[in-house]
Design a protein around this ligand. Structure first.
Ligand SMILES: NC(=O)c1ccc[n+]([C@@H]2O[C@H](COP(=O)([O-])OP(=O)(O)OC[C@H]3O[C@@H](n4cnc5c(N)ncnc54)[C@H](OP(=O)(O)O)[C@@H]3O)[C@@H](O)[C@H]2O)c1
Length: 330
């Protein structure tokens, strides 16, 4: 199965303005997601924690877009317009920074067509954020929950936003916790190298549950979760590959695994792009679905699909955010 991003619809910001907000668009597969959206005419706000890293990425994105356009013929160029790239400062490990980033975005935009909850960390040592959440849970799930809650209002007016979409970057790693769990479980046990995967799996399952709940609450918005494929050359693996001495062993192992089963960083963006741009997907027909490598639909774990568990996770998250002074409307 393959997917061709160039065959997806293009937008002209002068006639049909489309706005995307993406977390973690400066690196890995997020970089290519932004590149294609930019080539398709989107105004893309890249929410990142480090201005310099995002600005360097934006420079690379602009020059890569020009190279790709140089290979297109006159007819293609006539119908294809570049969008815009913008930076929003936002650190997912700090809820205050998330609120601040969202406010900055809302000052500039009154509409949102595409929300991509992409940023993530994987299998890092146990640690807590200043907000008191386990670091993988907050980065991969809690802060994205808060962003979705704050931005969903910009996706509601059907006269303004015709086809709103929310995409959550989950992972096949959500299968590490296929059994029912409570989000309060910390999995802070020895050895970390085993239990860190439970923490990752739980956060990525909670993200799918969030999507299931969001589409029940906002049936006008296409809400889906994706697994991008095994994309071994992103920074996601850097905790392992930077370990002294055994880091090299991990690097070799990941390269071999990637060679056998992986896809490139660019191909890793295809499942997100299929869900973000694919004209065949609709909220009425596809809400709550899970798409894997190249945008092929798959079934996530039973725990991720079960709506009762999704409601439990939703209630826990709302309560925990409220305790920390972040009111959630619904
Ligand atoms: N690669 C894979 O094989 C794979 C498989 C399944 C799922 N995924 C998921 O795909 C998504 C993208 O991963 P990737 O492979 O492209 O990894 P990546 O290259 O490490 O990109 C992760 C992005 O998240 C950002 N980020 C991390 N912590 C943040 C924070 N506290 N605040 C704001 N931004 C933060 C990073 O920003 P900085 O540059 O500032 O660190 C970076 O832009 C993740 O959600 C990951 O779980 C990846």
């Amino acid at each position: 199965m393959s997917f061709d991003p160039d065959a997806q619809p293009y937008f002209d910001k002068q006639k049909d303005r489309r706005v995307c907000f993406i977390t973690g668009g400066n690196s890995g597969l997020g970089f290519y997601t932004v590149l294609h959206l930019y080539l398709h005419g989107y105004i893309v706000y890249i929410a990142g924690r480090n201005r310099q890293r995002v600005e360097v990425a934006m420079k690379k994105l602009r020059s890569e877009a020009l190279i790709r356009r140089a290979n297109q013929n006159a007819h293609e160029l006539e119908n294809r317009h570049l969008g815009e790239l913008k930076f929003v400062e936002l650190d997912l490990c700090k809820l205050k920074s998330v609120e601040h980033g969202v406010v900055q975005f809302k000052r500039q935009e009154k509409r949102l067509d595409l929300l991509i909850l992409n940023a993530g960390i994987m299998a890092v040592p146990y640690g807590k954020t200043k907000d008191g959440f386990e670091v993988q849970l907050q980065t991969n799930y809690i802060s994205h929950f808060l962003i979705a809650d704050r931005l969903v209002e910009l996706m509601q007016d059907p006269d303004v936003v015709k086809d709103p979409r929310i995409i959550y970057l989950s992972s096949v790693g959500h299968w590490f916790t296929p059994f029912p769990f409570k989000l309060s479980w910390q999995y802070n046990y020895w050895p970390n190298i085993v239990f860190t995967w439970f923490r990752y799996g739980m956060a990525k399952t909670a993200g799918i549950q969030m999507i299931r709940s969001l589409c029940k609450r906002h049936s006008n918005i296409l809400c889906v979760a994706v697994h991008p494929g095994f994309v071994m050359n992103t920074n996601l693996f850097s905790h392992f590959t930077r370990l002294p001495i055994i880091g090299l062993f991990f690097w070799v192992m990941f390269q071999i695994f990637g060679w056998l089963f992986g896809v490139s960083n660019e191909e890793g963006s295809y499942s997100t792009l299929r869900c973000g741009l694919g004209a065949d997907l609709t909220a009425a027909k596809d809400n709550g679905k899970y798409f894997a490598t190249f945008g092929v639909q798959e079934k996530p774990s039973w725990t991720a699909r079960n709506i009762d568990y999704a409601c439990e996770s939703w209630a826990w998250t709302v309560q925990e955010l409220r305790k920390r002074g972040h009111e959630i409307e619904n």
